[in-house]
Design a protein around this ligand. Sequence first.
Ligand code: MF3
Ligand code: CO
Length: 272
Amino acid sequence: MFRRPGGIEIKTDQQLALMREAGLVVADALAACAAACVAGATTRDLDAVAARVLTDHGAESSFLGYHGYPAVLCVSVNDEVVHGIPGDRVLRDGDLVSIDFGASVAGWHGDAAVSVAVGPVADDVAELSRTARRALWAGLAAAVADARLTDVGAAVERTVIDAGRGHGILRDYVGHGIGSRMHMEPAVANFGPPGRGPRLKPGMAIAVEPMVTLGSPDVVVHEDEWTVSTVDRSYAAHWEHTVAITPDGPWVLTSPDGGAAELAALGVASPA
Ligand code: MF3
Ligand code: CO
């Protein structure tokens, strides 16, 4: 039985341990995909790398077959923001490639994404990805017991605003609760005022995933019914981690060290 105050699943320690196993598979796969993200590789090559990691670990894809999704990875290049389907596209120097991957172990899910530069990228593109990554960690650092849900998105938005580049934050796509399914309550927006929504409690887990653009945050879905691109064709970055709320601080399940180093740099204690 799950206790679900406000509809949010509360995990037992054993269930969180399975989510951690899934999270480490995700971390492995993303590291392997990032290393394979070189000029001349196709986006399908990256999908094969991720599929191999799944097989090696005996884990299951969270994405394959999800509402009919045809791959284990989402690969979104340049003006594509999220949900790009791996295929024949050849990566080139200067591309910014967002790689998103989810896996489950014994039915418990982990979900994370990184944005990877292929060769040298334009300065503003590198800065965009750094800002989105920093915003992610600010959000994760806010995922502490007794905080309010929207404290997370407010921390994300504050980071992007403080970067002072006028970057956009997607409104149409948000983060999510995660656990016995990949997408669960609550929705985790990357914007808006703090101090609203349910109180975060130990045993909850959320996927925080800022999607940040160089220009307008308005997006369009392609004819393939999946790929989401910016309307103004400006580049986008996407960074994501799955984090559990614990009595001892945020536990970043999809980070090899549980988030300890990044959180310590932000002055936040973690159980890892
Ligand atoms: N990982 C995406 C998210 O962050 C979901 C991918 S959709 C799928 O929520 F169909 F590819 F699974
Ligand atoms: Co997600």
